[in-house]
Design a protein around this ligand. Structure first.
Ligand code: SAH
Length: 399
């Protein structure tokens, strides 16, 4: 097996648990490397650190899969790992729909698997994990006997790994418009939760944002009898929850016509089409126009996409968050609520709160924090492992 030796300065970080090794952190490599193969990694002093997969095309040369020298990486390895992921989700109560595998946070770097009841959506975002796709599909079949498995590898990061973007069935073909049930729990006021169409083939990312599933429940008490504006609604999940929890009127906007169509279908699916409507528009324009017109609402919900993935454009992202939150606050009646999110991982929780405070100062409003949350626990956070904590979700009373 290929042996990779780390530089002295780097060894500590990786020995302490970090799973990534960048190409400039390697002292020497013994053997001829083929992209995607399993290699052994050693510290500068030749102490064994772990086994992982290598890709010389990628800036991240090696991603570790195990710290055990004797562990054999084969289908059984993935079976044990994925079963462990499933046991963890079951223990935490995330069974019907969940992120079954969250990459690095589950020690399965660059592997994402979302479970939508009997259907599974998979992403293999690095060459070294993509090679194991057939084994991973076998494992899903062995554990779950699913109705269908779909690959959503139409993601540009794959190109950095020398792979094509692609999507398609990894099982017999099935109808890729499925319906999921969310938040059907004993504490649901109506008791049956909500239903959503998920477009596994053409929806964004894996089709549905499971990371906000607990946060959607967090709006339950602040929307009763409220007039609600939702911006960046995608398929309307927050807004339809608002209607379900007793809002008087809900209007949602998204720039994607497909998303808006699906959102309106979702409102009807739950019998809430009289309360909850969706329209295609640029949320920046709507927020600007409405605040100019002096419109006043009880609740404003903001859930924009990531504004940047690189440090170079972080200032632009900060300006973007400032703008939408400032305008959102201005639209809220005294005593109303702002529900605001950020999934930009480069903007950490402290920075996000600073941006919100700045926006409040500019809007001349005082904020009282109701809750500050993160992603649901089926997207585990590994302490000190960047990118595993990415979601910020804040509810404030705007006084
Ligand atoms: N709230 C949703 C997720 C939103 S994802 C949920 O919980 O499922 C972000 C959404 O913002 C995407 O649907 C995208 O189409 C939309 N979007 C991006 N730029 C936008 C803009 N300028 N105006 C309105 N919507 C936008």
């Amino acid at each position: 097996m290929i042996k990779v030796y780390l530089r002295k300065k780097i060894s500590r970080r990786v020995q302490d648990g970090h799973p990534w090794i960048f190409s400039n952190e390697v002292e020497k490599t013994e053997g001829t490397v083929t992209g995607g193969e399993i290699v052994q990694v050693f510290a500068y002093d030749k102490k064994f650190i772990g086994q992982g997969y290598i890709n010389p095309l990628s800036q991240i040369l090696v991603r570790l899969l195990t710290r055990d020298k004797n562990e054999v990486i084969n289908e059984e390895f993935f079976y044990k790992k994925i079963l462990k992921c499933w046991e963890y989700r079951k223990k935490l109560g995330y069974t019907e729909n969940c992120r079954l595998v969250f990459g690095e946070a589950d020690e399965l770097p660059q592997l994402i698997i979302d479970k939508f009841n009997d259907h599974f959506v998979l992403q293999t975002l690095a060459l070294g994990i993509d090679k194991w796709k057939p084994a991973i599909v076998n494992v899903l079949n062995r554990i779950f006997s699913p109705k269908g498995i779909f690959e959503r590898n139409d993601v540009s990061v794959r190109e950095l790994e020398g792979m094509k973007q692609q999507k398609g069935f990894l099982s017999s073909p099935f109808d890729t418009q499925i319906i999921i049930n969310e938040n059907a729990r004993p504490d649901d006021p109506i008791g049956r939760g909500l239903k959503f169409y998920v477009d596994i083939e053409n929806g964004q990312k894996t089709g549905y944002f499971l990371d906000q599933q607990d946060n959607r429940r967090a709006i339950q008490h602040i929307v009763k009898g409220a007039d609600v504006l939702g911006a960046f609604t995608y398929t309307g999940s927050f807004e339809i929850h608002a209607a379900h929890y007793g809002a008087k009127s809900v209007l949602g906007f998204d720039i994607s016509e497909n998303a808006v169509q699906q959102a309106n279908r979702n409102a009807s699916l739950n019998g809430l089409e009289n309360i909850c409507r969706f329209q295609t528009a640029n949320a920046f324009d709507i927020l600007k126009q409405w605040s100019k017109e002096g419109k006043q609402l009880d609740v404003v919900i903001l859930d924009p996409p990531a504004f940047t993935k690189s440090r170079e454009t972080i200032q632009k992202a900060i300006t973007g968050y400032n703008e939408i939150n400032l305008r959102g606050m201005k639209l809220i009646k005294p005593g109303g609520f702002l529900v605001t999110s950020s999934c930009t991982s480069l903007i950490d929780a402290n920075l996000f709160l600073q941006i919100i405070d700045m926006a409040a100062k500019d809007a001349k409003r005082k904020l009282r924090q109701v809750t500050f949350q993160t992603q649901a626990p089926d997207h585990p956070i590994i302490r000190n492992l960047e990118n595993t904590q990415y979601l910020k979700f804040l509810i404030v009373e705007v006084q």
